[in-house]
Design a protein around this ligand. Structure first.
Ligand code: FAD
Length: 437
């Protein structure tokens, strides 16, 4: 069978996969549920989880594809509207739409161990089901579409509305509402900042403390300050903690619990506006929820308050519904894949299953480049075998020396510098450009 690779999803990761396969002259077919490219950055797409006020939280230079920089007149932290334009322009520039079947949902991906072939089943808008064989499959269907919804005692008695951030779009829903936002991650804080302009009151329920990084430090996007030169974990933590102390001060002053972890041991919250609003009394921090009771929410510290609307900013869970869990080697909250990319069954890859501060789309493009280099028919089979042995062996340390919190949402978290260095060295080893070990 001639090589033909299925790519599931045409967001930033799927586009990066298509681009890399093109560069290596490998035939591919794309499947995308929506009508165009851009993934979650197109707010009109069926699985988009961005909201009207969403902007990048990493700056454009840290985030963009290296071979396709954003124009100088694009803001440092562009909005989802700008990013939709960017991905359209990227697809135009590299002619990536030509092999994407839009309006198709992949419903099953199965493997035949006898032939090594992958069968992809998909449905079209009119409900027709189709299937086709491929030599390899790249799942690039995103990580932020399946909401993580916790259950609370007594929630069935709640007289108000409970919604997850995944369905939140427009801040006008908060008009005159007493709003409780559960979780102060990046989306929770963004949405709390939206809500203060409309709601009757805004409370933010938190279980633990967070570190807050402003978008600008010394007048520059905070993530551009050390110009991409990685520092050892302890030194970076020490320097950046001092800088943050000077700029944002102690988050406990604004009502947050003291963080139970050091800076960068969990995803930092890139938002100083929430502190601004807490400091102005527009919002307040409340404790972890104990239970719901009619219109009242009772908190674990014995306090309680009445609400009309509860927004669960409780994150997302990884979701690959079209793939048997064994094929992806699920272990706990995430598939256990070599470099978060390579599944143990030959020919199955995931691009985009990564969370890291500042990894950007270039980090995802490097994942795609690794897959394309591996699949490239010109790659020396002996080098591919060496790679397979490493992929089957113990997992490399991708923590960069940081002791990440042992939470489900950190199950696929890596340090961007350690990760990108390892991925690049694997690309070089496969391509025979330098020795990997
Ligand atoms: C508010 C917000 C702010 C963010 N800020 C940043 C940031 O500053 N920097 C950063 O790097 N990242 C940020 N992200 C993370 C974001 O996930 C990535 O930027 C990027 O969108 C990941 O691209 P992706 O292609 O992996 O996934 P997605 O963009 O989610 O694209 C996945 C695509 O797969 C399609 N799909 C899914 N299932 C199927 C199926 N079964 N069949 C066919 N098609 C399917 C979907 O329709 C979608 O188009 C942010 C996310 C949010 C929500």
């Amino acid at each position: 069978m001639n090589q033909n690779v299925a790519i599931i999803g045409a967001g930033p990761s799927g586009l990066a996969a298509a681009r890399s396969l093109d560069k290596h002259g490998i035939t591919w077919t794309g499947f995308e549920l929506a009508d165009d490219v851009g993934g979650l950055w197109d707010i009109t797409h069926p699985r988009s989880t961005v909201y009207q006020s969403a902007h990048l939280i990493s700056s454009k230079t840290t985030t963009q594809f290296a071979e396709f920089p954003m124009a100088d007149d694009v803001a440092d932290y562009p909005s989802h509207r700008e990013l939709r334009r960017y991905f359209h322009a990227y697809a135009d520039r590299f002619d990536l739409r030509r092999r994407i079947r839009f309006g198709t949902e992949v419903t099953a991906v199965t493997h035949d161990p006898a032939t090594g072939a992958w069968t992809v089943t998909w449905t079209t808008r009119d409900g027709e089901s189709h299937r086709e064989q491929f030599t390899a499959v790249i799942a690039a269907n995103g990580t932020l579409s399946a909401p993580n919804i916790p259950a609370f005692a007594g929630q069935e008695t709640f007289t108000g509305q409970i919604l997850h951030t995944s369905v939140y779009k427009d801040p006008r829903i908060f008009t005159d509402q007493r709003v409780l936002i559960v979780g102060a991650g990046n989306s929770g804080c963004d949405i709390a900042v939206d809500a203060v302009h409309h709601a009757a009151s805004v409370d933010l329920s938190v279980r633990r403390g967070y570190h807050f990084v402003p978008k600008y430090l010394f007048g520059k996007p905070a993530d551009t300050l050390n110009n991409g030169k990685p520092l050892p974990a302890r030194i970076k933590q020490a320097i950046d903690s001092r800088v943050l102390k000077a700029f944002t001060g102690d988050p406990a002053r604004f009502g947050f619990p003291k963080p139970d972890h050091k800076l960068y041991e969990s995803h930092p919250i890139v938002n100083s506006l929430i502190l601004h609003h807490l400091g102005h009394g527009d919002a307040r921090v409340v404790a972890d929820i104990e239970r719901f009771d009619g219109e009242t929410v009772r908190f674990k510290d014995g306090t309680s308050a009445a609400y009309d609307m509860v927004v669960l900013a409780t994150g997302y869970r990884l979701h690959y519904p079209f793939l048997d869990k064994a094929l992806l080697n699920w272990t706990g909250a995430a598939p256990d894949l070599y470099l978060n990319i390579v599944a143990p069954t030959p020919g199955l890859f995931v691009v985009g299953m990564i969370e890291a501060s500042g990894i950007g789309w270039q980090g995802r493009a490097e994942q795609a480049e690794l897959v394309a280099t591996y699949l490239d028919p010109h790659t020396d089979p002996a080098r591919r075998e060496q790679f397979d042995r490493r992929a089957a062996g113990p997992r490399p340390d991708l923590s960069g020396g940081y002791r990440y919190l042992g939470l489900d949402r950190m199950a696929y978290y890596v340090n961007k510098d350690a990760y990108r260095t390892t991925v690049r060295s694997e690309i070089a080893a496969l391509a025979g450009l330098e020795s990997n070990r």
